[in-house]
Design a protein around this ligand. Structure first.
Ligand SMILES: [Zn+2]
Length: 83
């Protein structure tokens, strides 16, 4: 499967963002799949590909807020992230 990073901007990008990233920005199908997420310095990236037209792109997230954690202490098996 070829990996493509085509330019998406303007109205197409705006429509994708308003939609919450639920449809392929290239062909419009909702048959898209997200892969692993990288987080660094208040930003996160997730690779997404379309199962129909096989386009690939990255969703970019930014840290917007925090919520207090009122439950029991979070048990992390993995070492804390250094970021
Ligand atoms: Zn597509």
């Amino acid at each position: 499967m070829p990996v493509q990073y085509l330019t998406i901007e303007g109205e197409t990008e705006a429509r994708y963002l308003k939609d919450g990233g639920l449809h392929c920005p290239y062909c419009g199908t909702d048959e898209i799949e997200g892969y692993s997420i990288d987080i660094e310095g208040g930003e996160a990236w997730q690779e997404v590909s379309c199962l129909r037209c096989h386009a690939s792109w990255k969703d970019v997230y930014t840290l917007t807020s925090l919520e207090p954690h009122n439950g029991p202490p979070i048990q992390e098996e993995a070492a804390p992230c250094s970021a």
